[in-house]
Design a protein around this ligand. Structure first.
Ligand code: NAD
Ligand code: MG
Length: 378
């Protein structure tokens, strides 16, 4: 049956790769959104004929409205527009490919409207995993992971046959600064940090990969998606990004998912599951891959990992504080306002300074996020 899809953040790395695989699946696009890349959004809208589009930025939305004046596509703006695209566009499934916790409210609205979620936007689960997962449960919607590691785990878990998972092995590329000590990373520039060895992604997640905060965020994401305590999620550095993650069972058997590093496969699977259909991604030759290497992470060089583990074990508002502080600090680093190792230091300071709240509502999440950003931005 033709699936109706809304793509939030369709102009980004995940968004454009989602558009790229559409011809492989039976889908109709009902909504597209951007922050301000309206030229690309216009192009996508003319090709895909969605019912509605949204440019988050108000002046970008005004321009987009003029560009699309000869069509019957509704042009929206702001958080209300993003929420409408998620919840009122008639989608069966919403691809959340916006970057940052800005995805939280539209994701919650989509869940409450009974839409399945193809979740790329990890910040949403980091900030409010408990609330998102219980809403998904309550409204009977599926959260299908797009993040490559979580898609791998999702695929491995299907070998469980009802048995519990003993442990998740969460693989990490190690990023561009693998093997470096913290002193060597102090002077690293924006360009050095943006040069990821295996994946081409948006700027924010690329910096998160360099600090390894990305793996910390993914640990929290995995904790919520698979309902495991953080102690049962082991981070393993795997430079080749071929083993996308693995799951260990009670008997010690480890089931892994392998493939070339290409997000189009996990994106496509989230949209076609439980079916599998041919995918554009080139097939992997194990003989060509030849060698797979694995290392324990260096927790001293990458303090973001411990900050995330700490936030994971406390839960409550710590995910929102960790994430809000990190988003703000990464923004400062990308604007050359702070150094590379200051990112984790600022996150640590926010976690130390903002009083811990255990039982949280959505408003507490928003408040913790705001407080964390204010502390980091000074
Ligand atoms: P990106 O920066 O390339 O794209 C982000 C998209 O969100 C763009 O369409 C942009 O216009 C939109 N956007 C940005 N700021 C916005 C705002 N304030 N309000 C509304 N829309 C906004 O990012 P990306 O690399 O595609 O990552 C998207 C999400 O997917 C992130 O949460 C990231 O962690 C996750 N993810 C990405 C990859 C990857 O390979 N790129 C892999 C796994 C997970
Ligand atoms: Mg990932």
């Amino acid at each position: 049956m033709m699936k109706k899809i809304a793509i939030l953040g369709s102009t980004g790395s995940i968004g454009t790769q989602t558009v790229d695989i559409l011809p492989s699946i039976d889908a109709e696009v009902v909504a597209l959104t951007t922050n301000r890349r309206i030229n690309l959004l216009e192009e996508q809208a003319r090709a895909l004929h969605p019912k509605m589009v949204c440019a988050m930025d108000e002046s970008a939305a005004k321009e987009l409205k003029i560009k699309l004046a000869d069509t019957d596509i509704e042009v929206l703006t702001g958080m209300d527009g993003l929420i409408a695209c998620a919840a009122e566009s008639g989608a069966d499934i919403v691809v959340t490919a916006v970057v940052g916790m800005v995805g939280l409210l539209p994701t919650m609205a989509a869940i409450k409207a009974g839409k399945d979620i193809a979740l790329a936007n990890k910040e949403t689960l980091v900030c409010a995993g408990g609330l998102v997962m219980s809403a998904a449960n309550q409204y009977g919607v599926r959260i299908l992971p797009v993040d490559s590691e979580h898609s791998a785990i999702f695929q491995c878990v299907q070998a469980a046959n009802g048995n519990p998972i003993d442990k998740i092995l969460l693989t990490a590329s190690g990023g561009p600064f693998f093997g470096k000590k913290i002193e060597e990373m102090r002077g690293m520039t924006r360009e050095q940090a943006l040069a990821h060895p295996n994946w081409s992604m948006g700027a924010k997640i690329t910096i998160d990969s360099a600090t390894m905060m990305n793996k910390g965020l993914e640990l929290i994401e995995a904790m919520w998606l698979y309902d495991l305590p953080p102690e049962d999620i082991e981070i393993v550095v795997h430079r080749e990004s071929i083993v996308h993650s693995a799951v260990e069972f009670a008997d010690g058997a480890v089931i892994a998912q392998l493939g070339l590093p290409d997000m189009r496969l996990p994106i496509q699977l989230a949209l076609t599951w439980p079916q599998r259909v041919p995918c554009k991604v080139p097939r992997m030759s194990l003989a060509e891959v030849a060698k797979l290497t694995f290392y324990a992470p260096d927790y001293e060089a990458f303090p973001a990992l411990n900050l995330a583990k700490h936030a994971a074990s406390l839960k409550g508002d710590r995910g929102a504080v960790l994430n809000g502080a990190n988003e703000a600090a990464v923004g400062l680093f990308l604007n050359d306002k702070i150094g590379f190792t200051d990112i984790a230091e600022r996150v640590a300071y926010a976690l130390d300074t903002i009083p811990y709240k255990k039982d949280i509502t959505l408003d507490d999440v928003l408040a913790a996020d705001k407080a964390a950003r204010e502390i980091v931005l000074g």
